[in-house]
Design a protein around this ligand. Structure first.
Ligand code: NAD
Length: 309
């Protein structure tokens, strides 16, 4: 496993990070035993960065991750979770809720501090409130020792950039913008890096779009993108290739981010992804797939308040 420094946090993070959304059954039902096995397999493979959120599975993902880590020395892993999003349409970025949320996450995760706390999907809030209230509240928690570093997350790169310009957070997490079909993160990241912020790329499989199984029913991509991804999966299958593996190799080759978060539900997915990260990328096949994605290049979907898109 290769490691990188996560911007000015100085944290040494594995280039492949463990995405915790599947532990909340976001991608189909799972069990504690399966989650524990996946987390332990990831640790054994050198993955030291674990991302979760109260939103995932309505808190069940945090609880499952906490249980999976029982008995593991705290210094063996880095924990990142979030505040502000609690349901599909349930957001609260107020100072009081943020402070309570961190205490609840600490209890579920069974630890005394969080390495990184992030404002979850800030485009659903008023950006003025995020800057004037939410981030200062997190800063007070940092001063009190409950969290070490502070970040922001979201889909529209513009909203992340606007907030970051007012409050240059320690990290910025972008998702679905450094994939085979969408490379816009590379345009946004330099401005964040100029402030020594760490950059996290999430969802290199575009939340399941870039996999043989295809996306879950809730996936918000427009039909044209879903069709292009299904065609790419068929193209790979016909050539004995795995679209997920190629998509991950693309994301990990010269990435614009310090770590790439992949959602992993099973030990088999951990094994496949660790192997994909270690193998030399097939640049020719990656280029072939990118050409096939040309008609839907950088196609995305709206998220949050219209003014934040
Ligand atoms: P992803 O692109 O990582 O895809 C996850 C899906 O791919 C799951 O169904 C998983 O089971 C499947 N998968 C994983 N490895 C596979 C393989 N080798 N072959 C076939 N299928 C495979 O999407 P994600 O999980 O949503 O994103 C990664 C993580 O990033 C999340 O779990 C979460 O921790 C984080 N994230 C954060 C935000 C945010 O903060 N706003 C948004 C998106 C993701």
């Amino acid at each position: 496993m290769n490691y990188r420094v996560l911007g000015r946090t100085g944290l040494r993070v594995s280039m492949l990070g463990f995405g915790g959304a599947p532990l909340g059954s976001a991608y189909g039902p799972t069990t504690q035993d399966e989650s524990t096995a996946a987390v332990r397999a990831a640790l054994a493979a050198g993955i030291n960065y674990f991302d979760t959120a109260p939103y995932y599975g309505a808190t069940t993902a945090e609880t499952a991750l906490g249980r999976a880590l029982v008995g593991v020395p705290r210094e063996a892993y880095l924990l990142a979770t979030k505040v502000g999003r609690y349901g599909l349409d349930d957001f609260d970025f107020s100072a009081a809720r943020v402070a309570a949320s961190v205490d609840e996450s600490l209890a579920r995760l069974g630890c005394g501090h969080l390495d990184l706390i992030q404002v979850h999907d800030l485009e659903f809030g008023h950006l003025e409130q995020i800057v004037a209230e939410t981030l200062p509240a997190l800063d007070r928690l940092r001063a009190g020792g409950k969290v070490r570093f502070i970040g922001i997350t979201g889909l529209p790169l513009r909203a992340l950039t606007v907030v970051h310009a007012h409050w240059p957070t320690d990290t910025v997490l972008s998702y679905c913008h450094h994939c085979l079909h969408d490379t816009t993160l590379a345009d946004a990241a330099p401005a964040w890096r100029a402030c020594q912020s760490g950059v996290i790329n999430a969802s290199p499989l575009a939340m399941g779009l870039l996999s043989a199984a295809g996306p879950p029913a809730w996936h918000p991509a427009p039909p044209a993108l879903k069709q292009a991804c299904a065609a790419a999966a068929a193209f790979c299958r016909a050539r004995g290739r795995s679209l997920a593996e190629v998509a991950l190799q693309f994301a990990l080759t010269d990435p614009p981010a310090d770590t790439t978060l992949v959602g992993m539900r099973t030990t088999e997915e951990v094994r496949l992804n660790v192997a994909a990260a270690a193998a030399p990328p097939d640049l020719e096949f990656i280029a072939t797939l990118q050409k096939r994605f040309a008609p839907v290049r950088n196609l995305t979907w709206p998220s949050g308040r219209p003014e934040n898109n």
